[in-house]
Design a protein around this ligand. Structure first.
Ligand code: SPV
Ligand code: MG
Length: 558
């Protein structure tokens, strides 16, 4: 009797490949067990339960794919399933390779592919392609013994992992051909290089298996599938010297039962309430899927973006809009079915800004959009932008966009704002002249104030950001035309450091009684104190709403 495969083994080193681990299970002196799985989920459940290996059952995989166990799923479709199973688990998978999907040549390709995909071994049965499940009918034809032995040899010659296991499944008992045929073939297959034989039987007792074990000289380990003789005590298999028992289809069968019961109950009760306590929770699914690992990976690999916030100044009425702002501030004027402010906050949200603080003043109760926070400037009619920003002082921190509440702009202006380096960045429209004419002829009551900017480098249509960083020199309504580089859009951004500077300047201006001032003055003061304010140049693609004519423009803009 050759007993080399049954020598006691040292503990499994972690360095073993999956194939190495399967080989150890086959050759260990213990009776080992592997459990059926048919997809990534069931494979995970098998590993989670503590099994050391997985049986990728042909019956179960085909049933799970909704086809018959007659090679209706192609071998590459099976390969796809196996890849998910192997990726989802760390324990070895023994694949039910049916009859090897053809002749020796098909077997060669399958073995090479399985090795590539981290499969530990394949079991092939000595029947004909297309296969029939062993529990169907009687007298199934067997493969020619020598042809099958050649297939085993071809498989062994094709494996790229030296520990990959080929298990030769004996269907002699299934075909009614008896013990001698089984033993004769077992020897031939072991001779051809099989790492183990699987002795299969469909009797309700283990008699055939035990008869085989009494005669078998143990030259290679024996594997069994006790599906039909399940009542046999497991210790009998142990005593008989069997190496590996396969619990071949019980996850699939359990799943069918559970799915049928659940589905029928939901259909019957037209409610989920009855089934809810009996089924896996959604958070358990997330756990099985490994969401925790993704969280850890995100923390490790995603850039650490500070939560972005925005402060929107929306306290003024917009007097020039006349009756349109009789009952609401101009930021709540309807522009094609939505308030201006809603359009602005949508654009901010698209850029990942969730924390939006709106400074309200005139007709404050009209500003009631979902998903915003509000602070109120009770003295909106006596103060200006600095006074309003002071009301939101606590919100000006971290990475924060500061925006006028009466502007509409294309989303990419925000991208530009976030891409431009600096601690305080202002968006400046280099094509400010193009906006000039529409506002000619304003009635005398309303003064159209434009926030012009003088910058370190004038804007040119072919200006590239990489050319040189542009900084603000001055900002205000009264710049001499020759000094104007562009017009501030009403959009700025501060970093943590910039926010600190802005808060400091707000405090200084309030102390000087300058709450009526505009933000251009605040920026100019910071520049005068030697703080750099970066300029993100854009060319148009924005507008502000100052008068009724702008509303028509806004409709076209959207
Ligand atoms: C399978 O699980 O697909 C098998 C084992 O081949 S059996 O169905 O018992 O033949
Ligand atoms: Mg099968």
């Amino acid at each position: 009797m050759i007993t080399s495969h049954r020598e006691p083994l040292s503990p499994q080193p972690e360095s073993l490949t999956k194939a190495g681990k399967l080989r150890r299970m086959l050759t260990s002196p213990e009776l080992e067990f592997i459990m059926e799985a048919h997809n990534g989920l069931s494979a995970k459940i098998v590993e989670e339960a503590g099994f050391k290996g997985i049986w990728a059952s042909g019956l179960s995989m085909s049933a799970a794919l909704g086809v018959r166990d007659n090679n209706e799923a192609s071998w590459t479709q099976v390969l796809e399933v196996l890849e998910f199973m192997a990726d989802a688990t760390t324990i070895p998978i023994l694949v039910d390779g049916d009859t090897g999907w053809g002749n020796f040549n098909n077997m060669r390709r399958a073995v090479a592919k399985f090795c590539q995909r981290g499969i530990a071994g394949i079991c092939i049965e000595d029947k004909l392609f297309p296969k029939t499940n062993s529990f169907i009918g009687e007298g199934q034809p067997l493969a020619d013994k020598d042809e099958f032995a050649g297939k085993i040899k071809a498989g062994k010659d094709s494996q790229t992992d030296p520990d990959f296991c080929i298990v030769a499944r004996l269907e002699a008992f299934i075909a009614g051909r008896g013990l001698n045929e089984a033993l004769d073939r077992a020897h031939a297959y072991a001779e051809a290089g099989a790492d183990a034989v699987l002795c299969h039987s469909k009797l309700a007792t283990a008699d055939e298996i035990m008869a085989f074990m009494r005669q078998w000289d143990n030259r290679v380990p024996v594997v069994i599938v006790p599906t039909k003789y399940y009542a046999t005590p497991t210790d009998e298999f142990r005593r008989a010297g069997i190496s590996l028992a396969i619990w071949a289809n019980h996850n699939l069968r359990a799943a069918i039962t559970a799915m049928r019961e659940t589905t029928a109950r939901i259909l019957r009760e037209e409610s989920l309430a009855g089934v809810e306590p009996n089924i896996t929770t959604v958070s358990e699914i997330f756990e099985i899927q490994g969401n925790d690992e993704l969280k850890r990976a995100e923390a490790r690999y995603l850039p650490k973006t500070e939560a972005r916030r925005a402060v929107v100044l929306a306290a003024s009425r917009g007097k020039a809009l006349g009756a349109l702002t009789a009952d609401r501030p101009k930021c709540m004027i309807d522009v094609r079915g939505r308030p201006l402010l809603a359009r602005l906050t949508d654009t901010l949200k698209q850029s990942g800004i969730r924390d939006i603080t709106v400074v309200r003043g005139y007709a404050r109760h009209m500003i009631n959009l979902p998903g915003i926070q509000t602070v109120d400037n009770d003295f909106y009619d006596k103060t200006g932008e600095v006074g309003s920003l002071a009301c939101a002082r606590d919100a000006v921190q971290g990475d924060c966009v500061i925006a006028y509440g009466d502007i509409l702009f294309r989303h990419h202006l925000l991208d530009k704002l976030f891409e431009t380096p600096g601690d305080i960045i202002v968006v400046v429209d280099g094509q400010w002249r193009a906006r000039g004419d529409e506002h000619q002829g304003d009635d005398a009551e309303t003064v159209w104030v434009r926030d012009f900017a003088e910058c370190s480098i004038p804007f040119a249509a072919d200006f590239m950001d990489e050319d040189a960083p542009v900084t603000l020199t001055r900002m205000g309504p009264d710049l001499a035309e020759a000094a104007i580089s562009g017009e501030w859009v009403g959009l700025a951004r501060v970093t943590e450091k910039g926010a600190e500077l802005v808060r400091g300047e707000i405090d200084a201006m309030l102390a000087e009684g300058l709450s009526k001032s505009g933000l251009p003055e605040l920026f100019s003061r910071l520049v005068a104190k030697g703080h750099a304010i970066s300029v993100a140049y854009v060319a148009g693609q924005w507008m502000d709403i100052d008068q009724a004519a702008d509303l028509n423009q806004a409709k076209l803009f959207l």
